[in-house]
Each structure stands twice: as structure tokens, then as C-alpha cells.
Ligand binder design. Structure first.
Ligand SMILES: [Zn+2]
Length: 321
């Protein structure tokens, strides 16, 4: 069994926000560029082109009218949904490929013994701010939230755990899953910060949400410890059938859109901790999907470190803390 599938689609590059926008296509291009520096990992990955999610699949988490509007706006040449969320002509193809990657990865996780049970989805636009009937914060559709509902509807997964270490609160994911008590959601995020939601006291209507707001500029270890502690508390009496990771790398030190201080070996640690838990809980079924990360070179490196850890390979810091 190949250890890790790497899912992407060239259509994800067709979501055209413009080079002045932090969530530009150069982010995605940085990943294969960084991967070329690790030929052993590149060779080991099970590279797959993702499918496009259907409108019906998107409606597992979104209002069907909103889904239709995004498609129509893209076909009409594009529009701006809010100050920083853009639909371009290629955005429908990009966003459906982004969700499709997560759905394909979930199919693999629940597939035959030959299929990889872990995947990394290198996609854009990101998804964790998208709401039921509107895009928000660079996101059009909730890639991971749609995936959680899909796993339950199509693969009979009962309990799904979503963990989100993007520096911003996954408010869209929370909104799209909090009414389903058997989807638990852990989000660590900078506080106070965009989008302003995610207070520690907000556990959702079914106590299935663990929000971990953290100040900027703390010691790295404080973020790692707080995140893992919330994960462990979220699985008390709850053994997930699938783990979904909203892998936002804007939580790394130096990101232009965040003030956390994580380094590459924290990405390695967090990833390995989640892999090892998934092995204990659910035969290793873990699907990770890219969210934020706005320094393209750091993002590319972080994705490689993340994938190496997902594939079970070794990673050594090269003279870095
Ligand atoms: Zn973010």
C-alpha cells in the first residue's frame, strides 16, 4: 500500500484572484517546486489528479442556490463576493476540483486495501471560512466540511473529527458541521484576529466544537501543547472513523497574515501526532487539505514537511530551530 496520496488538479490554478491578492496562484505552484527538492518523497507519493465535485455533493453542506450562483457568476466572467473573496471565470472549475480532491481522498481512505488511507490535497481556493450560503475570507466552498458530510453519507462513517491549525478560526467549517453532533471540530486560531469568531466558550449547539483562541507571539511549544490537548479532549468517549485536517500554514512564524510562531519541526510534530492518533482510532484514515499560508516559499516547504510526516518518512531540521 502506498503510504500517501497527493491529490491536486491544474484547475485549482484557474481561480484568478490577481497577483496583488495574498491568496494567489503562486502559493500552489510553490508546492511542486519544493517537492522537487525531495526526490525520494516525490517518487514515493501516489500522485492523482482529483475529480470535480458535483453540485449535489456541494449541497451536502451548502445551500443549493448559493452553489448555483457561484457557477453562474463564474460562467458570466466573475464577480467579487466580498472585499477579499473573488469568483473568476475559472473559479468554478478550481473550487469544484478542490472539493473533489477531498472527496477522492475520502474514497481512497475507505477504499480497498491497496488504496492509500492518508492523503494530502494541494488545493485552492481554501475552504474553512465558506458559509452555507456565501463565500468568505478567500473561500468559496467548505472543502473539508463537505468531505465530512460526504464520508457520513457515502461511506457510512459515523464519527468524523476535523482539526484545523490554520491561524484563522475555521468559522465556515464550524457553521457547516456544528449541527451534526457526530462531527467534532477542533480549531486553534489567533485571538483577537480575523474573522473574530471562535471564542473558547463557543462549543456549538451540541458541545461538539473545541475552539482554542491563542494570542500572537507565544512560544511555539504553547501552540502545539494547546492544540494537542484540545484534540485529546475532543475525543473523550468519541472514536473517530475518519480524521480531516485543515492544514493552514499561515500559523508559521513570519506569515504576512498571522502572528503565530510555528516552525517546520512543529508542522512535523503536529502531523505525526495526528497520524499516530488516526492509526489508533481508525486504521490511519486521515485526509489533509490545504487552507492558508501566504509566504509561498514557506508554504511549499511546510507542505513537503507535512507530506513527509504523513508518509511516515524522516525529517531533520537543517540547522533550524
Ligand atoms: Zn488562515
Amino acid at each position: 500500500m502506498p503510504p500517501l496520496a497527493y491529490l491536486s488538479h491544474s484547475d485549482c490554478g484557474r481561480h484568478d484572484t490577481g497577483w496583488g491578492h495574498p491568496e494567489h496562484v503562486g502559493r500552489l505552484r510553490a508546492i511542486p517546486r519544493a517537492l522537487r527538492n525531495d526526490f525520494a518523497l516525490f517518487e514515493q507519493l501516489d500522485h492523482r489528479e482529483s475529480r470535480h465535485a458535483t453540485a449535489d455533493e456541494l449541497a451536502l453542506a451548502h445551500d443549493a442556490r448559493y452553489v448555483a450562483i457561484v457557477q453562474q457568476l463564474a460562467e458570466a466572467g466573475g464577480a467579487r463576493l466580498d472585499a477579499d473573496t473573488v469568483v473568476s471565470e475559472g473559479s468554478w472549475a478550481a473550487a469544484t476540483a478542490g472539493v473533489g480532491a477531498v472527496l477522492d481522498a475520502i474514497d481512497l481512505a475507505f477504499g480497498s486495501a491497496e488504496d492509500p488511507r492518508r492523503s494530502f490535497c494541494a488545493v485552492r481556493p481554501p475552504g474553512h471560512h465558506a458559509l452555507r450560503s456565501s463565500g468568505m475570507g478567500f473561500c468559496l466552498f467548505g472543502n473539508v466540511a463537505v468531505g465530512a458530510h460526504y464520508a457520513r453519507a457515502v461511506h457510512g462513517a459515523e464519527r468524523v473529527l476535523i482539526v484545523d491549525w490554520d491561524v484563522h478560526h475555521g468559522n465556515g467549517t464550524q457553521a457547516l458541521v456544528q449541527d451534526t453532533a457526530d462531527i467534532r471540530f477542533v480549531s486553534m486560531h489567533q485571538w483577537p484576529w480575523y474573522p473574530g469568531t471562535g471564542a473558547a466558550s463557543d462549543h456549538g449547539p451540541h458541545d461538539s466544537v473545541w475552539n482554542v483562541p491563542m494570542p500572537a507571539g507565544q512560544r511555539r511549544e504553547a501552540y502545539v501543547a494547546a492544540f494537542l490537548s484540545a484534540v485529546d479532549s475532543a475525543v473523550q468517549g468519541f472514536t473517530p472513523d475518519l480524521v480531516l485536517v485543515s492544514a493552514g500554514f499561515d500559523s508559521l512564524a513570519g506569515d504576512p497574515l498571522g502572528g503565530f510562531t510555528l516552525e517546520m519541526d512543529d508542522v512535523d510534530r503536529l502531523t505525526r501526532e495526528m497520524v499516530s492518533r488516526a492509526e489508533q482510532w481508525c486504521r490511519g484514515r486521515l485526509v489533509s487539505s490545504l487552507e492558508g499560508g501566504y509566504d509561498p516559499d514557506r508554504l511549499g516547504e511546510a507542505c513537503v514537511v507535512h507530506m513527509r510526516a504523513l508518509s511516515g518518512g524522516e525529517w531533520r531540521a537543517e540547522g533550524r530551530g
